[in-house]
Design a protein around this ligand. Structure first.
Ligand code: FES
Ligand SMILES: [Fe+2]
Length: 377
């Protein structure tokens, strides 16, 4: 499909509403790529677990007795009951099915079952939990339902390289794996996951809906400085007189250890497909995790991360810092919800258009990536 003049087409309206498209995304994207599911430090010890929907499958992610993080399909091998019935759980030493009490070790082996002596020939090895691939990056745990997935780095590094002008290692200066959560907010957004991600990849809207953001970072309101909308690989500078990216603009926390002078007074944001955003600031970082729940609903969990010593100091109060991006989140999610109901309109059957400033949605491989997995819609 073509669009007029300097405009490029978006996806068609039904890509954001059709249950068949969502089901295909579950299989072709969320079941094949690494998905960010939980912070490693939330799995505080052996037996500590979370439950996540990953594409078409429900998954348990836990820490075993050796301290290793593992993931399994949340399916009892006896008659298929869900083993974990809550979003977070404490299994203790073993995973016991709530139905007939088949019991598994934390590394997934079948340990025992009621009336075990009557099943003399049961091959225990055959009935262990089905494992799911797990990898950790920057303190974030990712899982992949594919049987033999590529390494997580192969998924993340090209995206980080794109963000940092061919130098993916620049993100290491923020030492994300050593930061801890100072605040978390969860947003239940009535919009398709792609609408939210597309929004995050353009700043054509920033001057209209983000007054606090453009006060802090004037580049975001300047079409001249935004140019073609591609990432500024050296970041976006703070406004004169602004000492921190917070609602007051006053610095309350020291710079993160490890940053270079050129990282000070800068903002870097990036989408890490398929379900993570990372935002980097001089004194904190923000990580968004997306759970696509249905074609028209996405849960977004947003963590504000701080240096451990800062976050554990008496009187730690991140509210100034949290408030600015919390407002940005609410503004972005409201805008996403303005669009979602109209995705079924006859006016949007063929979709809309992207202006040159929104080129990153294509140039940032977003549509290229999406179409390479989904084909023509
Ligand atoms: S379904 Fe799990 S023990 Fe029967
Ligand atoms: Fe925005």
């Amino acid at each position: 499909m073509t669009a007029g003049g300097s405009l490029a087409p978006t996806l068609p309206g039904h890509a954001y509403t059709d249950p068949a498209v969502f089901a295909a995304e579950q299989e072709r994207i969320f079941a094949r790529e690494w998905m960010y599911v939980v912070r490693a430090d939330e799995l505080t010890g052996p037996g500590r677990a979370v439950r996540r929907q990953v594409g078409p499958d429900n998954v348990i992610v836990l820490r075993d007795r050796a301290g290793t993080i593992r993931a399994f399909l949340n399916v009892c091998r006896h008659r298929g009951a869900r083993l974990c019935l809550t979003d977070s759980a404490e299994f203790g030493n073993a995973i016991r099915c709530p139905y007939h009490a088949w019991t598994y070790t934390l590394d997934g082996r079948l340990l025992t079952a009621p009336n075990w002596s009557a099943m003399a020939n049961l091959d225990r090895d055959r009935y262990g939990l089905v494992p799911v691939a797990v990898a950790e990056w920057a303190g974030l745990v990712w899982v992949n339902l594919a049987e033999d997935p590529e390494p997580l780095a192969a998924q993340l590094e090209p995206q980080l390289g794109y963000r940092f002008g061919g130098q993916p290692e620049r993100i290491e200066r923020w030492r994300l794996g050593e930061l801890v959560v100072g605040a978390r907010k969860t947003y239940d957004v009535a919009a398709n996951w792609k609408i939210i991600q597309e929004n995050f990849q353009e700043c054509y809207h920033c001057g209209t809906i983000h007054p606090e953001l453009i006060r802090a970072i004037p580049t975001f309101a300047s079409f001249d400085r935004l140019g073609d909308g591609e990432y500024h690989t050296d970041g976006y500078g703070f406004a004169d007189g602004l000492d921190a990216f917070s609602i007051t603009g006053q610095a309350r926390f020291p710079l993160l250890p490890g940053l270079a002078a050129e990282d000070e007074r800068k903002y870097f944001g990036m989408v890490l497909r398929p379900n993570c955003f990372v935002s980097l600031l001089p004194d904190h970082a923000i990580v968004h995790r997306f759970e696509p729940v249905s074609p028209e609903r996405t849960v977004v969990v947003c963590d504000w991360l701080f240096d451990r010593e800062v976050a554990q100091a008496p009187g730690f109060d991140p509210s100034d810092t949290v408030e600015i991006f919390h407002r940005i989140n609410e503004q972005d999610f409201a805008a996403s919800q303005w669009c979602q109901p109209n995705m079924t309109s006859r006016a949007y059957r063929a979709g809309g258009v992207l202006v040159p400033l929104e080129a990153q949605i294509i140039g940032g491989w977003y549509y290229d990536w999406y179409r390479s997995r989904m084909g023509a819609l």
